[in-house]
Structure formats: C-alpha cells, structure tokens
Design a protein around this ligand. Sequence first.
Ligand code: ATP
Length: 278
Amino acid sequence: MSEAIEVEQELPEIAVGETLISVRGLKNAFGEQVVHEGLDLDLKKGEILGVVGGSGTGKSVLMRSIIGLQTPVEGEITVFGESMIDRDEADAVAVRKRWGVLFQGGALFSTLSVAENIQVPLREFYGDTLNQELLDDIAAFKVLISGLSVDAGPKFPAELSGGMKKRAGLARALALDPELLFLDEPTAGLDPIGAAAFDELIHQLRSILGLTVFLITHDLDTLYAICDRVAVLADKRVIAVGTIDELLATDHPWIQEYFNGPRGRAAVASAKANGKKV
Ligand SMILES: Nc1ncnc2c1ncn2[C@@H]1O[C@H](COP(=O)(O)OP(=O)(O)OP(=O)(O)O)[C@@H](O)[C@H]1O
C-alpha cells in the first residue's frame, strides 16, 4: 500500500456565504488559441453555482485550472483562501483533500470495482492508516449515500448503467468527505427521469453534507432545479453571473437565446410543474 500523503497545514474555516473560490484575471491558452482572458469568478460557500456556456467556451478548462490540472498563462486563483498558483505540494494537498471531483463521463478506473474506485483517494491520502475493513465500510457508506444499492460495490464499471456510473463517480468524489464538489456535466447522457433524480441527489447532499458545488452543465432543467446562481462563459470570460432572473434581465444575445429559446421555455414549464417559483 502507498505511503499516506502528509498533510502539514490546516486551512482556515470559511463561513457560509463567504468566498470559497476566487478567480481573477485568468488567462488560459493552448498555443495560439486563447480560451480565457480576463476571466473573473467567485464561488460562495454553501451555494450550487451552475457554469454554462456554448461548447468549447472553456468550462472544463476553467474547472481544471481551479483544481490545478491546467496551469494558467496569467491570473490568480484561490481556493479556501489558498493560492492555487505556484503553491508548494503540502499546501496543495491540504486543499485537494477538501474537494471531490466528478469528471465528465465518470472517469472510473475500469479494472477496479466500484468499492475499489472509491478507496483510491482514501489510500492516496491516508495510506496504511486505514485498514481494509474500515476502507470497505467507508466505501459501502459512500455507495449508499450516492443512491446505489450495496450490491453495486463489487461491480466493475462495465457492469453499470450510465446513471449508475455517474453515481459511482459521485461516490468516489465524496470519498474524502469533501466540503467542495466539482461536477462536470453530471447529467449528460442520462434520460430526463435519471437526470432529475441525480439533480435531487445533489440538492439533498448539499443540504445534508453542507457542500459547496461548482457544476458545469448544459442541462437547463438542472439550472432551474438546483442552482442558486449561474455563471455564463462567453467571449473568453464570465460575461454574467447571478440568479436566472438576474441573467434574464441582461440583454446578451447568447443568454437570451439560451434561456428564452424553446429549450429554456420548456425548462421553465417543467420547473413550474414541479412546484418551483420561476
Ligand atoms: N489539453 C488541451 N490541449 C489543447 N486544447 C485544449 C485542451 N483542453 C481543451 N482544449 C481546447 O480548449 C477549448 C475549451 O475546451 P473545454 O473542454 O474547456 O470546453 P467546454 O466549454 O467544457 O466544452 P463542452 O461544453 O463541449 O464540454 C476547446 O477549444 C478545446 O479544444
């Protein structure tokens, strides 16, 4: 078993409503292609922030920059008050331990069972300090809170439906009891009923576990159902952020087209049918 990564630094607590992620002046580029320039964004503790934008506007690159998988050309990113740029490994580990990530498509290790997938971050961060019985108990609990039945634990990803894979990915993202959850298109590829159930699960987990959620989505139903605020990416930056009502008050053509187009109107009708005030 691998050595536990040493966590040397305790990070300060952040109160609900205070800034948990701050992005300032972010620039990302791949060769000549500039994806972000002058991008600013704040995520407040306790909120579910939806991140939307056309395909290729850089939603995933933004998430990857925040979690340290993409080194920006310029800009400042802080998470839990810690700079994510040029940080030393001990600081990075202390921050990484406090978040969980559900990548697009789930990104499960295909040769590991669901339970073993969930145990990967536990082994990475705690090494030999957790015995197998405890690892199995933790994995079983994460399977259950992600809405899977206990018999999903020994299954391999190839044996799971699309919706079960998302839940297994979520269970792994929750392995370390994170305060902050990154979700990259969690409902993509799910049927509408499965997608609504997944939204509800995220909403419940936010309340029960006190999570803060950065949620990339194309799913208008998700925005109406569970997001407190929505950030819109276009023109290489966040062009607007606010509640859907606040966004609708702006006159940016993409925002109007997105929320007032046929799919937007259908999402409003569906939200109203589910008793939401929109
Ligand atoms: N590793 C990389 N190397 C080169 N270009 C990249 C890389 N990662 C992303 N890009 C480019 O950056 C741009 C933004 O990609 P990104 O995946 O963030 O878009 P997105 O908004 O998440 O899109 P989608 O909604 O389709 O998932 C795209 O043009 C993409 O081709």
